[in-house]
Design a protein around this ligand. Structure first.
Ligand code: NAD
Length: 509
């Protein structure tokens, strides 16, 4: 569908508008993508619908093997894949590698478990000797994916994998900022043997995404809460299912007994991964009074040791931000906090010497909940630290937010940490680490409150892409002609059975 036009023209031969794609590390234009029209999307969906029965007719193992082959190709061309991700996002090499790693393991995970989870299941009916009940799992058909720019491989493809394995065909509308990575990856899928209409990319911005929601049988969205709300409304009108992976403002709590250096360096890593442009970035830090000052000293110490730059080595801790929009919001949040009494204790400035969108790791103290930096998603390299009286106050403040994606608690007392974790209103919580939910592919991940609906990963991440069909069979053993579903004889039998089940619940449905 989308053809990369390297020329600088503003429309392609079919008259489609084109969007320039830039390298954040240099600001240079590296390609153009066409804005696919509603008609383009309609045609892509028609092709996906036409091939879906044939794709679904393949065994789960055959579909999985093609995806395994795809991950092998990505691994064989590691340098090329890493370069493609870095060119559009400006992130460091390790960050790009992490995306490949998660995708590789996601394919392996679902390839291993999907055959069992998607196998038809037998359920127990009220009259077990008379009836047989089975549940079948069927793909929705054509699933649409609308995805963001911050992890152009991981966020665009991680959910697509279980959808494909379940027998759906898919159409991806990647972010207009990082579409070249998506096109590159789909090209590798085709090389791995996946028929070309099974996975298609439609490039463009919001209008192309909206056209996709109008056509598909299921829409999986990852992006901002504002856009997610629009998509959910349209999905509601069309009565198609949707899942929404949205924004976050994740809290991290440091208790007095935490190991100081592990907590300080762990907070730094959880806040500054991908220059803070992570849905599950640590965006608020609550530190118990007894350890607060020492914690601030240690986190500033570690921030000062970070290697920031555009280099290609594994030793670069933080790369560039990706868009000017996030950089401007980062600066606005710092200015708002400082104007309301926050103290800037580290960073706070752009680094034009490194590239146009580099920003220093920034640490703020004396922050409170009147400040945007403690309420709104920043998506930048800021660590605002607030002193709290005790764990109860920390939990109350952690939950005082519209979002609920992830969270973290640092303490030496693992039992207490786990108990407190269950009081945080979020889809996942970490004790003594952050963001490792991405390393636990068997655990569901997703938001509560304004952070979204639905779960990725785990059995939940696969089963959302299938609908159930229950089949109830009367074996006609001991059956006789009846003019109603229950007659006197059957009613007596049902009564007897229900009474028995009341006394012996293990006999029940
Ligand atoms: P965004 O909402 O601006 O865009 C996301 C996608 O939606 C893009 O592909 C965009 O073109 C498309 N889009 C925009 N308007 C649309 C419309 N009206 N209809 C259909 N599609 C439309 O988000 P972004 O700036 O690309 O990404 C950053 C946001 O994504 C942050 O809020 C971040 O927290 C969130 N995010 C969440 C997760 C998660 O798993 N929860 C993961 C990554 C990012």
């Amino acid at each position: 569908m989308a053809v990369i036009d390297k020329s600088a023209t503003r429309s392609d031969s079919a008259g489609r508008e084109q969007i320039a794609v830039k390298n954040p590390l240099t600001g240079e234009v590296i390609g153009h993508i066409p804005v696919c029209t509603a008609d383009d999307v309609r045609q892509a969906v028609a092709r996906a619908r036409a091939i879906q029965p044939a794709w679904n007719a393949l065994s789960i193992r055959t579909r999985s093997n093609m995806l395994i082959r795809w991950t092998q190709l990505i691994a064989q061309r590691e340098d090329e894949s890493i370069a493609a991700i870095r060119r559009e996002t400006g992130k460091n090499r390790i960050g790009a590698f992490e995306e490949m790693l998660v995708i590789d393991r996601t394919v392996a995970y679902y390839a291993r478990h999907a055959p069992e989870w998607l196998r038809r299941k037998t359920r127990r009916p009220l009259l077990p000797f008379r009836h047989t009940a089975r549940v079948y799992y069927k793909p929705y058909g054509v699933v649409g994916f609308i995805t963001p720019w911050n992890y152009p491989l991981l966020n665009a493809f991680q959910d697509l994998i279980p959808a494909l394995i379940a027998g759906n065909t898919v159409i991806l509308k990647p972010s207009e900022i990082t579409s070249l990575v998506a096109l590159h990856m789909v090209d590798l899928m085709i090389q791995a043997g996946i028929p070309k209409d099974v996975v298609q990319v439609v490039t463009g911005a919001g209008s192309t995404g909206a056209a996709l929601v109008d056509q598909v049988d299921y829409i999986a969205f990852t992006g901002s809460t504002a856009t997610g709300r629009k998509i959910a409304m349209r999905a509601g009108e069309r009565l198609i299912p949707c899942s929404l992976e949205l924004g976050g403002k994740d809290p991290l709590i440091v208790l007095n007994d935490a190991r100081l250096d592990l907590a300080a360096s762990g907070t730094l890593a959880g806040s500054l991964e991908n220059a803070g442009q992570v849905c599950i970035a640590v965006e608020r830090v609550y530190v118990e009074a007894g350890i607060h000052d020492a914690f601030v000293e240690r986190i500033c110490h570690y921030a000062g040791q970070m290697n920031i730059g555009s280099g290609d080595g594994w030793d670069v801790h933080m790369g560039s931000m990706t868009n000017e929009r996030e950089l401007l919001r980062t600066e606005a949040h710092i200015a708002d906090a400082v104007a309301k009494g926050a103290t800037l204790v580290h960073g706070g400035k752009r680094r034009p010497d490194l590239g146009p969108l580099f920003f220093e790791p920034t640490i703020l103290t004396n922050v409170n909940h009147t400040m945007d930096v403690m309420r709104e998603e920043t998506f930048g390299p800021i660590i605002p630290i607030m002193k709290v009286r005790d764990a109860d106050e920390a939990i109350r403040l952690a939950n005082d937010n519209q979002y609920g994606l992830s969270g973290a608690i640092f303490t030496k007392d693992l039992k207490r940490g786990e108990q407190l974790a269950t009081r945080v209103e979020s889809g996942d919580v970490h004790v003594n680490t952050t963001q490792w939910i991405f390393g636990v592919l068997s655990a569901p991940m997703g938001g509560v409150k304004n952070s979204g609906i639905g779960r990725r990963n785990g059995p939940e991440g696969l089963m959302r892409f299938v609908r159930t069909q229950s089949v109830v069979i009367d074996n006609q053993i001991g059956a006789w002609p009846m003019l109603a579903l229950l007659d006197d004889g059957t009613l007596k039998l049902v009564r007897f059975l229900v009474n028995a089940m009341r006394r012996f619940p293990f006999l029940g449905p």
